[in-house]
Design a protein around this ligand. Sequence first.
Ligand SMILES: [Zn+2]
Length: 243
Amino acid sequence: MSVVEALLDLQEVDGRIRELEVELKDLPRRKALENARLSGVSADLAAAQEGLKYAQDRVKSYEDEARELKEKVHQLKLTQSGLKSNKEYQQYSIQIDFVNHDLEVAESNQLAAMDGLPSAERRVADAQARYDQEKGGVDQFAAEIDERIASVKIELEECQAARVEKAKAVKDPKFMLYYERLRMKRWPVVVPLTDPDHVCDGCHMVQPPSVDQLAQANARNAAAEKPQSIVACTMCGRILYKA
Ligand SMILES: [Zn+2]
């Protein structure tokens, strides 16, 4: 195996490692986005529940008011029945009329408040149904993401172990050093020098004839199992080879 072939093998594993690392970074972000969306749905539900509570409290407070007024009328009538003088009796009748009027107002307010209940209840039911549905989806999605994270981690470990072996197979340390330095800045590092236009397949710059000649010499040396030199793109520095 020529040094370029060994580097291409290594580069293949490194390419997979790069993909897996990107995915590993992206997966928790996707999960967080879904959770953020769900908390929006949950806020809608909380608002609907708050609205229903408010409507129920209103009904309850008119109900309490009506009960108190009824009790008041009852007490007034009790007292009235024990009265002897006509004048006092009539004064009580006037007072009872006033309280009865307040009672009618409280009861009609209660009815009006009750009219608002069904729609408030429907809003809660709708929001709850939507939350339940979304929650089910998000939970399933989160479980799938966790599963994927676990399998990406396993594959990443396998690739890193494979990388150690592939790196050992690159017998020329100067090629290895060059590759390792460049791979942080440029990807891929080892690219073909195309025929017949002598273009770097990484940055697409046309290379001078001398670069093409060196790449051809490398190919000949590789076939003859002789040492090879690094042929680099004059623009981006990638390692070039004749495919
Ligand atoms: Zn280039």
